[in-house]
Write a protein that binds this ligand. Structure first.
Ligand code: FES
Length: 355
């Protein structure tokens, strides 16, 4: 049997604990408690096994990864193993001492998330008073440290008109890159979809704002559009079990951050088996890998090795079966579900995510 290529990136979800309460949180509906988290030795083993397999990058994420006191130790080890290290953080727990320690550990890159450019908008989404000020302070510390920084803005109906100001802030903070990512509706985000989903006009306006900024040059821009206005699915995670591996706080090994919604599945765990064994041979990773599992319309589609059938978690959340065609695809018999959702947006209060 030919073994799959090793994953390129590992997402280490060190904890689900987070001071923010974003209504579009992409973590699973059932968050893992602190007592269930892998200890430092467990995470060290994960990093060593990942490097041995040929993984190139590790993204320390959460929840808020800075809530883990062993973050610096783990970054130090990852660098020693020649892994490229990226910290995905909200910045609200970052201070000068912690940043200096991370810098000394060799951290390669920081992705700092902002919920908005205005204090009011940021607090309405994140649910944490004073968060915007703390984030701006964190951004200035990172800028002064010289660690390369990407600013990440999740956009939705309430803040999409402020994309030009998001670019202004990124230039002011001297971020090398900015990511404008329309909300994806998995996990908790699906609960708030009807409040967050932008209209087609808003999407077009946001795309024009991104194109205008790209034309100015000098700022690298990643732009993630919302699935629901597309008629071809995205290659979620670069294909199931092909490029990314996700480790949950308790050590579950997953093809994506949302896969725990798959029913009747025993999720493999690094406490029981090696990462390589799970990646190569587990039922979970082989379930939707490649093209063999695809329904007929996908298998005969000339985009089958471009979008790899789209998003399995979205197919499950919207149609009840992860093996169905992604309803985003215009050829899917379930496409009417996303078309109806686009029509059914409504102004109501968020359901916040609290740990
Ligand atoms: Fe799981 Fe897309 S989020 S496959």
């Amino acid at each position: 049997m030919t073994l799959p290529q090793p994953p390129m990136s590992l997402l280490a979800e060190l904890t689900h604990r987070c001071p923010l309460a974003c209504p579009y949180c992409s973590n699973p509906l059932d968050l893992e408690r602190k007592a269930a988290e892998l200890d430092t030795a467990g995470w060290r083993r994960v990093l060593e096994q990942a490097a041995e397999m040929g993984v190139l990058q590790v993204h320390f994420s959460g929840g808020e990864p800075m809530a883990r006191p062993d973050l610096v130790e783990l970054v130090t080890l990852a660098r020693k193993l020649n892994l490229y290290t990226n910290l995905i953080t909200s910045g609200v727990l970052l201070d000068a001492n912690k940043l200096e320690a991370l810098d000394k550990a060799g951290l390669d890159h920081i992705q700092l998330s902002f919920q908005d450019v205005t204090e009011e908008g940021a607090e309405r989404i994140g649910g944490l008073k004073g968060a915007q000020e703390r984030k701006l302070k964190a951004a200035r510390l990172i800028q002064a440290s010289g660690i390369p920084m990407t600013l990440n803005f999740v956009v939705h109906r309430e803040n999409v008109a402020r994309i030009p100001q998001m670019f202004e802030l990124a230039r002011e903070l001297k971020a090398g890159r900015v990511e404008i990512a329309h909300t994806q509706y998995y996990g908790w985000g699906l609960k708030n979809r009807d409040v967050l989903l932008p209209s087609r006009e808003q999407l077009e306006e946001s795309t024009r704002a991104v194109e205008a900024e790209r034309a100015k040059g000098g700022l690298a821009i990643d732009y993630v559009t919302p699935d629901y206005h597309a008629d071809r699915p995205k290659p979620c995670m670069g294909g199931w079990g092909q490029r990314f591996v996700n480790i949950s706080p308790s050590g579950r090994v997953l093809p994506c951050h949302a896969a725990e919604i798959i029913p009747n599945m025993t999720f493999p765990n690094v406490r029981d088996e090696s990462l390589a064994e799970i990646w190569n041979n587990s039922r979970l990773f082989n379930m939707f890998r490649g093209t063999e599992w695809m329904p007929e319309a996908c298998r005969s589609c000339d985009r089958r090795e471009i979008d790899w059938g789209g998003c399995r978690c979205q197919a499950l959340a919207l149609t009840g079966d992860a093996a169905n065609m992604d309803p985003v695809c215009g050829r899917s018999p379930f496409h009417h579900i996303v078309e109806e959702a686009v029509e059914h947006t409504e102004a109501k209060n968020f359901v916040y995510r609290r740990f």
